[in-house]
Ligand binder design. Structure first.
Ligand SMILES: NC(=O)c1ccc[n+]([C@@H]2O[C@H](COP(=O)([O-])OP(=O)(O)OC[C@H]3O[C@@H](n4cnc5c(N)ncnc54)[C@H](OP(=O)(O)O)[C@@H]3O)[C@@H](O)[C@H]2O)c1
Length: 265
């Protein structure tokens, strides 16, 4: 029998007030998980808590934290665990806002360092907090939202390309270290996805190529065999699968959800 329920499971989802993170929080809650959201905007977090599915009488929570400040993220997450007397955990979805676009040589070392902090260092902090709690559950899932640039660097996203490889190498190493503990570590690599992030990318592309945003979009869509951008829900579906019992024996993979855009195998 298919076992897709996440009833009685606890999931923490980064960057979950909009876009891919929000779609992930929604589908995991639909499957029965109790969700803890993380983002910077407290008002938005409070709004999202109210609209997440509660069919299994779950109680959702949130942590207000900025991934630019890892010490703050660590302190607040530990406080949250202590305050709620949490003794075990099931699912960690590492996700946050994407790094700034532009040519790599134009990026300041600060910009590179910030992207590294936000994507790699914060993942490490959350893994160090949640893995011991997953061990107590006897099972765990770490799912990282990265980008197809793990497989093929993307034009005009130099800082992102550089950071994503570091995160993918981090994840692959962790997958090996945690496999015998029944904790899987996998990556989702979204292609162009309809969120606020893609609007920024399209605006940058239009400016760089001295064309309209609509033209830039048409050109990007042409490069996708499926000829369209993904919805955030389509990306979240991949997370739902990897979080479910159906993916018990899958670890250390990078799953591209990109309508066929990535050419490498
Ligand atoms: N959309 C795409 O086409 C695409 C393609 C490939 C990869 N990706 C990657 O997938 C990830 C999610 O993208 P998305 O399109 O869903 O982005 P998005 O729509 O911009 O959403 C970003 C989310 O992260 C939160 N966030 C941003 N900066 C943060 C910070 N410093 N600390 C804590 N939370 C922060 C935002 O909430 P607050 O502002 O309230 O903090 C928001 O909830 C990014 O890494 C992105 O680069 C996206």
């Amino acid at each position: 029998m298919l076992h897709l329920s996440l009833q009685n499971k606890k999931a923490i989802v980064g960057g979950s007030t909009q876009g891919i993170g929000l779609a992930v929080a929604q589908i995991l809650a639909e499957m029965g998980a109790e969700i803890t959201l993380i983002a910077r905007n407290e008002e938005k977090l409070k709004e999202i808590i109210e609209i997440l599915p509660v069919s299994y009488n779950q109680k959702h929570n949130f942590i207000v934290a900025d991934y630019q400040f890892p010490d703050e993220l660590e302190k607040k997450t530990k406080e949250f665990i202590q305050k709620n007397q949490i003794e075990n955990w099931d699912i960690l979805v590492n996700n946050t806002g994407g790094p700034a676009g532009g040519a790599l040589l134009d990026a300041s070392t600060n910009t590179l360092q910030n992207a590294h902090t936000q994507h790699l260092i914060c993942n490490q902090i959350l893994a160090q907090i949640f893995v011991p709690l997953m061990i107590k559950s006897g099972k765990g899932r770490i799912i990282n939202i990265i980008s197809t640039s793990v497989k093929e660097p993307l034009e005009n996203l130099g800082v992102s390309n550089s950071t994503r490889w570091a995160v993918a190498a981090w994840a692959k190493t962790l997958a090996t270290e945690l496999a015998s503990l029944n904790i899987t570590v996998n990556n989702i690599l979204p292609g162009a996805t309809k969120t606020a992030r893609i609007d920024v990318i399209l605006n940058n592309k239009a400016k760089k190529e001295n064309t309209s945003v609509e033209e830039a979009k048409i050109e990007m869509e042409k490069a996708i065999p499926m000829q369209r951008f993904a919805t955030a829900k389509e990306i979240a579906n991949g997370v739902a699968f990897l979080a479910s019992d159906l993916a018990d024996y899958i670890t250390g993979i990078s799953l591209a959800i990109d309508g066929g855009r990535t050419k490498s195998m």
